[in-house]
Design a protein around this ligand. Sequence first.
Ligand code: E4P
Length: 213
Amino acid sequence: MKLFIDTANIEEIKTVSTWGIIEGVTTNPSLIAKEGRKLVDVIKEITSLIHGPISAEVKEGLSEDMLEEAFTYARMHPNITIKVPMTLEGIKATSRLSALNIKTNVTLVFSVPQAMMAAKAGATFVSPFMGRLDDDLKDPEAGYRLLEDIRVAFDNYGIETQIIAASIRHPLHVEQAALAGSDIATIPFRVFQEMVVHPLTTKGLEIFRNAQK
Ligand code: E4P
């Protein structure tokens, strides 16, 4: 499973770029707004730090308007992936972008039918939102089941669209994404910090430190 970082914060991206495990970046309007900078400036800086797919989300609207914005971003760098909301206009835009070989990431996906439509439109990636689905259904495995079901549906038909497990809230979501067979997990910086630790690892390090005194 590939690991992307889910952030628009340049300092976080600089930090994780030194780890040698990050293969892409996803952003969204909320993450961009948090940085207080123009999307194009943030995305341009990210392209110099991470050498993999970098998702830039277009404003939801008519397909023609989304396409105009998409072309602006796509021209910036070959790694830029156009993040498109899961709407009928978004599906139309995705079909046009995939016909032009522009990478797309259909986002705000919460069901298998949505994922199938996005794949049919030629989406490079689909982003099912685990955390928000868990929250909405008050079920800590709702997102897990959605990932499993999309994986089965895609494998049934040899669909090459890649699944990006998104809206990840904790290391268990990363585990669920891996067990479900997600191609990618896009993970917030805070969750990466949580993933690396385990109480027994900490305890074992203490034992080894004491032994080396
Ligand atoms: C990534 O592509 C998504 O936009 C992101 O994971 C959403 O996370 P959130 O549900 O915490 O906003």
